[in-house]
Design a protein around this ligand. Sequence first.
Ligand SMILES: Nc1ncnc2c1ncn2[C@@H]1O[C@H](COP(=O)(O)OP(=O)(O)OP(=O)(O)O)[C@@H](O)[C@H]1O
Ligand SMILES: [Mg+2]
Length: 460
Amino acid sequence: MTDTKNAPRVLVVDDDSNLLELLSMRLSTAGYEPAACADEETALAQVQNSIFDLAIVDLQLEETDGITLMQKIHAECPGLPVIILTAHGSIESAVDAMMKGAFNYLTKPFDPKELLLQVERAAENRALTSELKRLKEFIGQQFEISNIIARSAGMHHVLEKISAIAKTDSTVYIQGESGTGKELVAKAIHMAGSRRDRPFVAVNCAAIPEGLIESEMFGHEKGAFTGAVKNTKGLFMQAHEGTIFLDEIGDMPMLMQAKLLRVLQERKFYPVGSEIAQDVDVRVIVATNKNLEDEVKKGTFREDLYYRIHVIPVYLPALRERKEDIPLLTRHFIDRYNSRMNRKVSGLAPEALHKLMMHDWPGNVRELENTIEYAVAMTQEGFIDEKLILSTKDFSADALQPQPLKQARDEFESGYLTRLMQFTSGNVSRAADLAGRYRADLYGLLKKHGITPEDFKKSV
Ligand SMILES: Nc1ncnc2c1ncn2[C@@H]1O[C@H](COP(=O)(O)OP(=O)(O)OP(=O)(O)O)[C@@H](O)[C@H]1O
Ligand SMILES: [Mg+2]
């Protein structure tokens, strides 16, 4: 470590001037930049005025003890690794210091090699922590609401709802066909709320085998079952103070549904094999591509759980119901894959875009994304032409074959009703006037299409 420009800065606090000098000298020789302080006041002034990578603090200072000083330093500079110097035999205080957030301790008199080893570890830890923070900020930006493409009225409505509910802690219920952006929306809600610096834990309930799901969710005690060789923290605990995203909740086995209901009611759970309840503070977001009301009727989803999770519903419209989003989404994905694949595709030929607009997109945004990824990878022209789009999948049916009239009419009706609800903010009487129908008729139509006027009311 000879590059003084990047030399890690070490705050050293000791009232023994000889030791202070010795420590500073050792650190400088090893390439660090020490700031020597003989008392608390000087040390705190230093922390307030400059940036440090770590601190070494003597446990027994004249006017105060090192642990209290460490806590004051942490109040200014959370996460700064602090190494505590203890006198021989005061191991209890050293342990106490560790419990209160010290990075490590050194017993005096210490071996110079041991000192440098500890300091190096602390500096490394500091570098890693700030890298993590930078990554988190990056992810935060990635999932800012502004990253969700929403030109259509349907998606605008979704965004408005996200902004309104992000600051609350209520359970959110996201329903949408596969590939409509459920996970993206769940992350955006997390990132827009006060839990953004805490974990977002996504669980695909359909992907965990039935026999393992409880221990995956709640963790287990060592010896709880064959193969449980140590205590394991479950996904709920990993999400503590953050958000747990239960994806495909409709596929959760019945037994697990009962246990989940209990956690949601009591905010505590029992790890498998343990009799001690653990408290957990999580925001819950669930997603499903099924209509869970139907599952309740069929008896495959618990009704009580449905009402517990169906607190704030967010419905993501299928891409075919908001085709006006296609041009912007396409641009967004061209940019994404240009940067991931280091390509410079400029755009799309008008006929190619026309093909994309005509398609029905059963796989929704994800299908569109895959199509664009393929096209960006394959194009030799610097832009995406119609031929390339046609080669990605069979678009022929789109252009040649009109839909059956009933399907076309249903689609139109559903889109019309959604726009009507948006326009009137869910006011059915006004909507009935505008549509020239009786209120009761309109209610019937809304019900047929599963559209709930309450979802369009301005306040959520
Ligand atoms: N409105 C949008 N703006 C930008 N990107 C989007 C939008 N909607 C979806 N995407 C992108 O489409 C892909 C699929 O979205 P996501 O995984 O959130 O969908 P999903 O509903 O969870 O899908 P599945 O049901 O397949 O799990 C992701 O890459 C996501 O970033
Ligand atoms: Mg998903």
